[in-house]
Design a protein around this ligand. Structure first.
Ligand code: SF4
Length: 196
C-alpha cells in the first residue's frame, strides 16, 4: 500500500521531457525539509489515504499519457520494486527523487534533484539520466558543480531557478551556462502556464 497524495495528467514542465503529457503519481512522505518546498502537503505520509497497486494501476490505465512520473514527497521512502513492475506493463516509468533513500524500482528515466540537507546515497548517481539542481542562492552553483562530478558523462545537467527567486536567478543561471555550456536551463513551464 502506498500513501497517495494525488494523481493527475499534466504537461511535464521540467527537464528533457518538458512539454510531454505525463501522468503524475505523487506519493506521501518526505523528511528532507527544504524551506522553499512547494509540496509541503506531501511531507506527512499519514495525512494521505493508502492505495493498493491495483488501485493505482486502475488510475494509470485511464490516463492518455504514455509516461508515469512517480514523484513526491520523496518517493524512495517507499519500496517501489513491485509498483514499477506493474506500471511498466502499461507505460514508461519516470522517477523524480532527491536520492536520499535506497534506490528501488525499475526505471526508464531517473531525475535526481539533490538536496544539501540530505545528500543522495552514492548508488544513484551513475543511474541518473538527468541531474536537476535547484538554484536558490549563489552557493547553489558550487553545489551543482560538485554534484555534477558524481554522475555519468552522459547524464544531462539542468539548473532550475527556485520559483520565488526566478526573476533574479534566471539571469545568473544564463550567465553561468555561457561559461559552462554543458548545463541547460530548466524552467518550471507548467507553473508559467498555471498548470498543476
Ligand atoms: Fe519538498 Fe522535495 Fe525537498 Fe522533500 S525533497 S522537502 S518534497 S523539495
Amino acid at each position: 500500500m502506498y500513501s497517495l497524495v494525488e494523481t493527475f495528467d499534466s504537461i511535464q514542465g521540467e527537464g528533457l521531457y518538458n512539454g510531454s503529457l505525463c501522468f503524475f503519481l505523487r506519493l506521501g512522505g518526505c523528511d528532507i525539509g527544504c524551506g522553499w518546498c512547494d509540496e509541503k502537503k506531501s511531507w506527512d505520509e499519514s495525512k494521505h489515504p493508502k492505495s493498493s497497486i491495483n488501485e493505482i494501476i486502475d488510475l494509470v490505465i485511464k490516463s492518455p499519457s504514455d509516461i508515469v512520473v512517480v514523484t513526491g514527497g520523496e518517493p524512495l521512502m517507499h519500496n517501489l520494486d513491485e509498483l514499477t513492475i506493474e506500471l511498466k506493463k502499461h507505460k514508461r516509468v519516470h522517477l523524480e527523487t532527491s536520492g536520499a533513500y535506497n534506490l528501488t524500482g525499475d526505471w526508464d528515466w531517473i531525475t535526481l534533484s539533490p538536496k544539501k540537507r540530505k545528500l543522495p546515497l552514492p548508488e544513484i548517481y551513475k543511474k541518473t539520466n538527468e541531474l536537476k539542481c535547484i538554484i536558490y542562492n549563489d552557493s547553489d552553483f558550487e553545489f551543482a558543480i560538485n554534484e555534477s562530478k558524481k554522475v555519468s558523462k552522459n547524464c544531462l545537467l539542468y539548473l532550475q531557478p527556485e520559483w520565488s527567486k526566478k526573476d533574479y536567478m534566471v539571469e545568473k543561471i544564463i550567465n553561468f551556462i555561457k561559461l559552462n555550456p554543458r548545463y541547460k536551463l530548466s524552467i518550471q513551464k507548467h507553473k508559467y502556464l498555471g498548470l498543476q
